[in-house]
Design a protein around this ligand. Structure first.
Ligand SMILES: [Zn+2]
Length: 159
């Protein structure tokens, strides 16, 4: 049995992506990804057809890999009965100390586009250092830097 740290669902052994919320339960090899250096120019804003998003939290070696359905909530929710949305629990990454709200921000997948929305969080959201006003949806690109409160993470689109 594999207990999902994000939604609390008990998955069968051998499951790769949580059957309930889509978060990868085992480390996913990312060697196929081509890093093109620090230059973000020319990076894609198109999510791959399998909808896999990689969240690399600063100072943490293991990225969170999630197969996006429609909505992903970033915050501090550990268990939910809400089957419509995926909740990413950032508590193991110091979300409390960094001032991340329970429901801080939402990622929305629309085809191959991904949008970020701040959910009226207490300490705000930044994209590449720019404040994201609450209620404004901003399209994300591969390699964008997101700051939730003081928690910094990078977002990558798996081709
Ligand atoms: Zn899950």
């Amino acid at each position: 049995m594999l207990l999902c740290p994000h939604c609390g669902h008990e998955n069968r052994a051998g499951t790769i992506y949580c059957e309930r919320c889509g978060v990868a339960l085992v480390p996913i090899p990312l060697s196929t990804r081509k890093f093109e250096g620090d230059d973000a120019v020319g990076s894609t804003d198109q999510l791959g057809t399998d909808g896999v998003l990689i969240l690399q939290i600063e100072n943490d070696e293991t990225p969170i890999v999630v197969q996006m359905r429609r909505e992903v909530i970033l915050g501090r929710v550990t268990e939910t009965e809400d089957a419509e949305r995926t909740y990413i629990n950032l508590l193991p990454y110091g979300a409390d100390e960094a001032g991340v709200s329970r429901r801080h921000a939402r990622l929305l997948r629309d085809g191959q586009a991904v949008y970020l929305l701040d959910l009226n969080s207490t300490n705000g959201t930044h994209i590449n250092g720019e404040p994201l006003p609450p209620g404004v949806e901003k399209r994300l690109r591969d390699g964008d830097e997101l700051t939730l409160g003081r928690l910094k993470l990078y977002i990558y689109f798996k081709p």
